[in-house]
Ligand binder design. Structure first.
Ligand code: FPP
Length: 237
């Protein structure tokens, strides 16, 4: 089914370039992440204004655990601050918070906060903010296969009945529609293990703007470009 696309229902973002933003200014990397957290707030607001229903942000990848301990501590600290500062805004705008990834890898207090805010916002329908934390696309597929294999072993699932829908139903957030638009900041033309299954038909948009500089205007520009794309989903004109 070909489709004239307008506003994407789901936008996924690889927020890249915090380190480069800081280096260019002779500042510590932590400052880049701090300003990046401000871009997160700006883009959440821009989604609400534009009518984008789902926003998935790649906040911390499974690969990010190899970064220096100090930087990881700083990112976790920012996440705590974000959760406490941003919570009211989620309630005010009826936005629910979801998380995808190997959440058990995160510090216990953050896991608890994510669970609490997730629970307290779960009935909201103003929009959905999905944070990908300790997330990897391959890890997600591996986790789904483990569940499926477990069901086969227990005799609950016939392997011949496994199709794309069955696999999709065992991913981290099966109820969330696939992204329509994937934005990557700071110029790299890579998917970097983000939503490997779900990005199959997404439109890709890469900008040279570094994440801390990516605010409402830059986001609107991406939406405008998306509105001009013609999605064909494998079909002809
Ligand atoms: C990439 O920049 C960004 C990250 C690894 C983390 C993203 C985190 C934030 C935007 C801040 C906190 C998030 C939330 C949800 C509050 P990089 O360090 O890889 O930049 P570089 O490639 O220029 O070094």
């Amino acid at each position: 089914m070909a489709e004239r696309s307008k506003t994407p229902r789901h936008v996924a973002i690889i927020m890249d370039g915090n380190g480069r933003w800081a280096r260019k200014r002779g500042l510590p990397r932590a400052k880049g992440h701090e300003m990046g957290a401000e871009s997160v707030r700006a883009v959440v607001r821009a989604c609400r204004d534009a009518g984008v229903k789902y926003l998935t942000l790649y906040a911390f990848s499974v690969e990010n655990w190899i970064r220096p301990k100090e930087e990881i501590r700083g990112l976790m600290r920012l996440l705590r601050i974000f959760l406490s500062k941003h919570e009211k805004e989620l309630h005010d705008n009826k936005i629910r918070l979801r998380v995808i990834g190997r959440i058990a890898d995160l510090p216990k207090d953050i896991q608890k906060e994510l669970k609490r805010v997730g629970r307290e916002t779960e009935a909201y329908r103003g929009g959905t903010l999905v944070l990908a934390l300790s997330y990897g696309g391959r890890a997600e597929i591996v986790d789904a296969i483990r569940q499926l294999a477990g069901k086969v072993k227990k005799g609950e699932l016939d392997p011949r009945r496994i199709d794309e829908e069955t696999v999709a139903a065992h991913l981290y957030a099966p109820d969330i529609p696939d992204p329509d638009l994937m934005i990557r900041t700071s110029g790299e033309m890579r998917i970097s293990n983000f939503l490997l299954w779900q990005l199959s038909y997404a439109e890709l948009y890469v900008t040279d703007i570094l994440w801390p500089d990516f605010r409402e205007d830059a986001f609107k520009k991406a939406l405008k470009e998306y509105a001009h794309r013609h999605r064909r989903f494998g079909n002809i004109e």
